[in-house]
Design a protein around this ligand. Structure first.
Ligand code: FEO
Length: 184
């Protein structure tokens, strides 16, 4: 009796996305180590924490495949891209990476919609929301470094940004949580 509730196509797409999340964890891990080596311990702390979040995303997909009776395939994770050149470049690369990941999430969500696999479609909505948050977070990093001077940020501005990010929350506020009394 076949108890796999995932189509072969979706099972494969979910496994691919699971590996992408593991890859994202490695990217944040490598950028965090790079930031620390540049003397930016606060930014490194922020990125290390985010690497953990990406591992959590990987686990959610792994669990989902198992719970739907599918087969998990753990494969090699591609190496992260080259180290950033500057903190500004680091935040740019993070934003670009998150946009690419959003596109990948949308592809899986669309596949589940096309197959009328509403369980997977529902599961993927968590990731759609998460990507909106992640893009907002990445945009806020770019805003901060822009104010600090971008590629030409001086040591004092970078020091202040570094301290700021050490305590920065991991999640960005969402537009749907805004009210007239509490705009975000
Ligand atoms: Fe799991 Fe940053 O996306």
């Amino acid at each position: 009796m076949n108890t796999n509730r995932l189509s072969k196509t979706l099972e494969s797409a979910l496994n691919d996305q699971m590996t992408k999340e593991a890859h994202a964890a490695q990217i944040y891990l490598s950028y965090a180590a790079w930031a620390d080596s540049q003397g930016c311990g606060g930014i490194a702390n922020f990125l290390f924490r985010h690497s953990g979040e990406e591992r959590n995303h990987m686990m959610k997909i792994l669990e989902y495949i198992l719970k739907r009776g599918g087969q998990v395939k753990v494969t090699a994770i591609p190496a992260p891209s080259a180290d950033p050149k500057t903190i500004n470049n680091c935040f740019e690369k993070i934003f670009e990476h998150e946009v690419e990941n959003t596109k990948a999430i949308y592809r899986v969500a669309k596949m589940s919609h096309d197959e009328e696999d509403w369980a997977t479609w529902n599961f993927m909505q968590w990731f759609v929301k998460e990507q909106t948050e992640e893009e907002t977070l990445a945009m806020s990093l770019l805003d901060k470094i822009k104010i600090a001077g971008g590629d030409h940020a001086d040591a004092a501005s970078l020091y202040s940004l570094d301290r700021d990010l050490e305590k920065a929350p991991d999640d960005a506020p969402m537009a749907q949580d805004a009210t007239a009394e509490n705009p975000i």
